[in-house]
Design a protein around this ligand. Sequence first.
Ligand code: SF4
Ligand code: SF4
Length: 388
Amino acid sequence: MLYNTLGKTGLEVSRLGFGTMRLPTKGSNENIDETEASAMLAYGIENGINIIDTAYPYHSKELDGNGNSEKFVGKFLKENDLRDEILLQTKSPSWLMEKRTDFDYYLDIQLEKLQTDYIDIYLLHSLTVPDWTKVNDLGVLDFLDDCLSSGKVRHVGFSSHIEVDYLIEILDEYPKWEVALTQMNYLDEYYQSGVMGLNYLKEVNVGSMIMEPLRGGRLVNNIPQDVQQLWDMAEVKRTPVEWAFQYLWNRDDVDCVLSGMTSMEQVKQNIEIASREDIISDYDQEIIREVARSYRTRLGNNCTRCGYCMPCPHGVDIINCLTEYNIAHMMDDPKASAMQYFTLMDDDSRADSCVQCGECIPFCTQMLDIPEELVKVHEYFGSEFDHF
Ligand code: SF4
Ligand code: SF4
């Protein structure tokens, strides 16, 4: 495993962090397969991963509910006597805060779930511009000051999908930020805070963590033929997963890449890649840019399947509507996607069930106009009779 210094925290972190939002499950999202997940975490730690990332809602029944990921991680660390060996990162559910005391209330619940009396890195989770305004007005910075002086939290930061101007505004507001978690992969250099955000984090020496390194799996699954042809032209042959990770680890403004791993196979594969120095040549960097250009021309929309917009109060399966539309574009095979769209999704969950109420829009981490995207989906797939 290779390690980086996490900005001004001074912590040496493995450049691959273990994300625990997609642990293996049995039957439902809240039911973690603890035997398999424990084996994965144990293997990861034995092979050099020293940071575990979790959050209040991961592996809950409802997306913003009280999830089981923190409980599982706490139990695993306790049973294996690993708490002090590992950097534990979790996140405050900013969207649930209504008054100043709520911050302490949720932190105490999290400490109990994690079976610890301190958190190494505590992030305000998925800050949107309205959430930041709200928590700032409620006194979140005073709360963070208290956490740091009491020792309940050792380093503070935030995760966000916002644009670079807002990222800088938040960073400039509080000199004690030490970590920021933003989205980056070779398709997203100029999306959300992108490379400009990473440059600024480096300038102010705030530790830079990355989410969505594989863009919801899009960069590694169903590789289009013309993309594969580009990869085949590279000086060094790499798998799609290697390209995605090594692109990030070749940047000097990326300290740690979080990967939400679902299987032991992924853990082993990612660790093997993270343990190997692989300098990408200028020629191969140009191949990456060509691949990004090729993908960009194909995307139907920028949905990453994060699920924050769900559930729709009118029953629309937003994620799968947008995904089938995207796959149809990327694979250039509308018929195959239409088959999935009409056979795997109920009448009531398809795009034409959207009543355009707009309630989902503020929750979209990718700032999509979801109802407008759903109109496109419906127009694209048409009625069932157009295809069968
Ligand atoms: S705009 Fe459409 S998808 Fe969004 S919440 Fe309303 S009905 Fe659901
Ligand atoms: S529409 Fe937006 S919030 Fe919903 S899954 Fe896609 S990216 Fe996430």
